[in-house]
Design a protein around this ligand. Structure first.
Ligand code: ACK
Length: 968
């Protein structure tokens, strides 16, 4: 094996002269005539050979010349002369001492042409060397047979002429030149590194290298110019550069051969041909690429080595969720991506007629988030759709080869119908007129009213007094005159539209300055106007009072008047008249609602002092709030725990947006929100006695009936207010009522998600939602019909909780049993010591038909009457007259023993307690009071009350003779 840098091949020589091949006389020139002599002999194998000999050893001063014929150089620059000769040892010849020599001289003479036999001698020759024999012989016979033959080689160069002569000078030796070979060396042609190097003659001297450029073999191309060096000895040295097989060809034994059918090689290089990638083929040899099979494609950016691909199939499983006038579309990736990883989605939008018959493009004005085209994720949100409109969305799937296919991209369709939505923002407000005390404004209807605009709110405040309060007037059309303004004062105005779906966003602010004051002049006309205004005002006032009475506190009359005022105070909008409640979720961004309704409070104004409980979103704390120019006040702080999601933040703050719209002494008051720093907080008034259920349990039996009715009256008043605003609470329960130090009850807990999520009493219904079963009306449990009437049902349960000092409704019945028993007509019995009037009211609240239930305002009226006439609260004994109770109340007439009775009221576990306590008969039992029951070791308050209630019922039944005295 050759080493690349010193690889040698067999060293070829080219003969210029070889006397051994000449048969007969060599024809060389000799001088003088008695010197060299041409002699034919036999060699040791008796083959005839030709020699030149001389042996004038006896005579001194010999100078005998033997000259070759002219030898053409043939391009050689260095030649080698190999001489075979014999030489006789002088010592072997007597009498020659002093004249006999044992060497001869070799010369050359360069000349461009053959000079013929002309005699140009001695002084023309250049000496090559003096040559001595390695071995000499001693015999007298000069013949070559059995003589020792010497071989000497000498090289000479550089040669420049076209040819040369060689000459042998004898100076008195006894020599026979047997053969002479003259040759030069060359490097033989070779193929290496896919390049061919042709034969080359070696350099002129022994150390020179000849640079040779190689030529790439067929179907190969140069990478680096292929080169090698030919040494003086005829060796190839130092290969540099190389060739590589062209595209479509691969290397095979120093040649480039074509790729077979089904294989390809896209570029020139060392690599082998490759099998065609998936879904492609090659039909000829030496293919550079493999074209794709039918219906498969390669994108321009795809390397030829990648498999051919095709467009993706349609997206799958589109899920749309409509939220007002926006829709979120989510879908699954196509079942077949076409073999590519670059699937994207384009969404097209069409708005369709009400009956879906005709559809037209709807992309203008509609916003796609993150974008409409080139979606890489499988979801998009589409905003700014029209309300109550039909839309068809097509989700097209594409990949890098979709545009190469003639087929249109595949798509999936989602048909949706939008819901109602608040109107869009009022855009341009203009000032039409400004006097000292009034400003007239004009504006245009919003671009997207999304329904019939019921009215516009015009909000305004003094620019200087921005932080203190603002006022609002209402208008039914697109202009309004705002009067009662201060002269020479700069006001800021904003307008928003309202439809039945809620309010739109307020417009940009417009600043208008009222005219400067001029001294008043009361002329007759002014006085007439003032009087007229006073009379109209009085009539209007009376009308409102009458109307309110007739509508049980709730009047819609204001909605028909063109303008109405409300004030923003104490951190939320306060409405002097009843109005409507606005669901913050009708806002595109519910967080915007919180800032519209609730005031932002700087965190530095709050000092958190202790944790008082925990809510769904985080801890509830007690703290103090100090606003500029005001005393510090105790507050409750509901916090949003760290790490909340955006949805949790929205849900959390939506409670503040709701609460901020309320202003009633029996509804918890919002002080403001902290949203610009963390923790995010909702700040409410502080209620010293906490939640009503635990408060009652802590003070079991400590209040008079009138006090309890007072608590209930407050709750009913708060609920009247909320019902009048159209707000349905859905989770009215004693745990969601707060009590302050004056025993004023306030309705709280308005988080919309709360009803479904965090209430520990809420259970999943068959429809999957979470509902506080024990407090919820049957129609709300069965088919989610929540209304103020269902709140009235819950109120009845709160009454029962209050009158039983925080007893758990239906005690330890399972939710399933509660639903079943209520469905069958069972109603909670009157709590111990509960006046029959109150239990009757409870039963009214629990009417199956919700239309039969009292309204909250009626409940307030009933309770007010009871408070005014406490006599009516004395009657405790007629509860069993209630038809509902009669139907379901346990019938103790069948009870034969204490054990029977305890089993009937599902308190059988206490049989031993009664026996040990010495209560063997029902007669003994009927004499028991609450302390007696406690003494038996029955510690659970609920069980004590259940037993006590049953004892009382038994007494009533005995009084009514329904329990035979024999059992007693
Ligand atoms: O029964 P509590 O003492 O009253 O425990 C709960 C706890 O926070 C978790 O809700 C109490 N809480 C909630 N809001 C207020 C408030 N405004 N004033 C006083 N305590 C409150 C509630």
């Amino acid at each position: 094996m050759c080493h690349r840098k010193s690889c040698s091949v067999s060293l070829p020589t080219v003969n210029l002269l070889d006397t051994s091949l000449i048969s007969g006389d060599w024809g060389w020139l000799t001088y003088p005539s008695h010197g060299w002599d041409a002699i034919n002999e036999m060699d040791e194998y008796f083959t005839p050979i030709h020699t030149y000999q001389v042996c004038n050893v006896m005579s001194p001063s010999q100078n005998n010349w033997l000259r070759t014929n002219w030898i053409p150089r043939e391009g050689a620059r260095r030649i080698y002369i190999e001489i075979k000769f014999t030489l006789r040892d002088c010592n072997s010849m007597p009498g020659v001492l002093g004249t006999c020599k044992e060497t001869f001289n070799l010369y050359y003479y360069e000349v461009d042409r053959d000079l013929g036999r002309s005699t140009i001698w001695e002084n023309q020759y250049v000496k090559i060397d003096t040559i001595a024999a390695d071995e000499s012989f001693t015999g007298v016979d000069l013949g070559v047979r059995r003589l020792k033959l010497n071989t000497e080689v000498r090289g000479v160069g550089p040669l420049t002429r076209r040819g040369f002569y060689l000459a042998f000078q004898d100076i008195g030796a006894c020599i026979a030149v047997v053969s002479v070979r003259v040759y030069y060396k060359r490097c033989q042609g070779v193929a290496r590194g896919l390049a061919v190097f042709t034969d080359v003659v070696t350099g002129a001297d022994s150390s020179s290298l000849v640079e040779v450029r190689g030529q790439c073999v067929d179907h190969a191309e140069e990478r680096d110019t292929p080169k090698m060096y030919c040494s003086a000895e005829g060796e190839w040295l130092v290969p540099i550069g190389r060739c590589v097989c062209s595209a479509g060809f691969q290397e095979h034994r120093d040649a480039c051969i074509a790729c077979e059918v089904g294989y390809y090689k896209p570029t020139a290089g060392d690599q082998q041909c490759e099998k065609c990638p998936l879904h492609s083929h090659s039909e000829t040899r030496a293919a550079l690429t493999c074209p794709c099979d039918a219906n498969y494609y390669r994108a321009t950016s795809d390397p030829p080595a990648t498999p051919c691909t095709r467009p993706p199939t349609a997206p799958i499983n589109v899920i749309s969720s409509v939220n007002g006038t926006s829709v979120s579309l989510e879908w699954g990736s196509p079942v077949d991506s076409g073999g590519r990883g670059d699937v994207i989605y384009n969404v097209s939008c069409q708005r369709c007629a009400q009956d879906w018959s005709q559809c037209a493009d709807c992309s203008t004005g509609v916003r796609f988030i993150p974008q409409q085209m080139g979606l890489t994720d499988t979801l998009v949100t589409v905003l700014n759709l029209a309300a109550h409109a039909n839309y068809t969305f097509r989700i097209h799937s594409l990949n890098g080869v979709s545009r190469l296919s003639n087929e249109p991209p595949q798509f999936t369709t989602a048909n949706i119908t939008t819901n109602q939505a608040a109107p869009s923002q009022v855009l341009a407000i203009r000032q039409e007129n400004a006097s000292q005390n009034s400003v007239t404004l004009l504006w245009q209807e919003p671009d997207q009213p999304n329904g019939v605009i019921l009215e516009y709110d015009i909000k305004y405040y003094e620019k200087e007094n921005e932080l203190q309060s603002y006022s609002t007037v209402k208008s039914k059309n697109t202009s309004a005159k705002v009067s009662g303004l201060k002269p020479g004062t700069r006001y800021v105005f904003q307008v928003r539209a309202r439809t039945s779906a809620g309010c739109g966003r307020f417009s940009q602010s417009v600043e208008i300055q009222t005219g400067k004051a001029v001294p008043l002049r009361y002329d007759t006309m002014t006085i007439i106007w003032i009087c007229l205004a006073l009379v109209i005002g009085l009539i209007t006032f009376l009308a409102i009072v009458i109307c309110r009475k007739r509508h049980c506190g709730y009047s819609k009359a204001f909605q028909d008047s063109d303008e109405e005022k409300m004030h923003y105070q104490n951190g939320h909008v306060s409405f002097p008249e009843a109005r409507f409640y606005i669901d913050p979720h009708t806002y595109e961004d519910p967080c915007q609602a919180v800032h519209e309704f609730a005031r932002e409070i700087e965190a530095s104004r709050i000092k958190i002092e202790k944790i008082i409980g925990s809510g769904e979103f985080g801890e509830v704390c007690y703290g103090r709030m100090k606003l500029p120019g005001k005393r510090d006040v105790p507050v409750a702080l509901k916090t949003l725990k760290a790490g909340y999601s955006e949805k949790q933040r929205r849900d959390f703050l939506s409670e503040a947006s709701i609460m901020a719209q309320f202003d009633h002494p029996n509804v918890i008051r919002l002080e403001g929100v902290v949203t610009r720093s963390k923790p995010v907080m909702i700040i409410t008034e502080y209620m010293e006695n906490g939640s009503l259920d635990s408060f009652l349990r802590r003070h079991d039996g400590q209040f008079t009936i009138i006090q309890l009715v007072g608590l209930l009256r407050g709750i009913a008043a708060g609920m009247t207010y909320l019902a009048d605003l159209g707000f349905v609470h859905r989770d009215l329960a004693a745990r969601n009522i707060l009590v302050n130090s004056n025993l004023v009850c306030k309705v709280s807990d308005f988080g919309l998600s709360r009803v479904l999520e965090d209430d520990p009493d809420a259970a999943y219904t068959t429809s999957g939602g979470k509902i506080p079963i024990r407090w919820t009306a049957p129609e709300a449990i069965a088919y989610r019909k929540f209304s103020s009437a269902s709140d009235v049902w819950s109120y009845g349960v709160v009454m029962w909780e209050v009158m039983s000092y925080g007893e758990r409704p239906y005690w330890n019945l399972t939710n399933r049993d509660v639903i079943k028993s209520v469905e069958e007509g069972y109603r909670l019995p009157s709590p111990m010591g509960c006046p029959v009037a109150l239990h009757t009211l409870m039963l009214d609240c629990w009417q199956k038909d919700r239309n039969e239930r009292p309204k909250f305002c009626q409940i307030v009226t009933v309770l007010d009457k009871l408070i005014r006439n406490p006599e009516n609260l004395k009657s405790m004994g007629t509860i069993l007259n209630s038809p509902l109770m009669n139907r379901t109340n346990p019938d103790f007439s069948t009870c034969r023993s204490v054990g029977d009775w305890l089993d009937t009221i599902k308190m059988g576990r206490y049989k031993d307690h009664f026996a040990v306590g010495g209560y063997y008969t029902l007669g003994h039992v009927m004499g028991m009071n609450q302390q007696d029951i406690q003494r038996l070791g029955i510690t659970l308050m609920g069980h004590q009350k259940k037993i006590m209630t049953s004892v009382q019922m038994m007494r009533v039944q005995v009084l009514n003779n329904s329990v035979p005295s024999v059992h007693v």
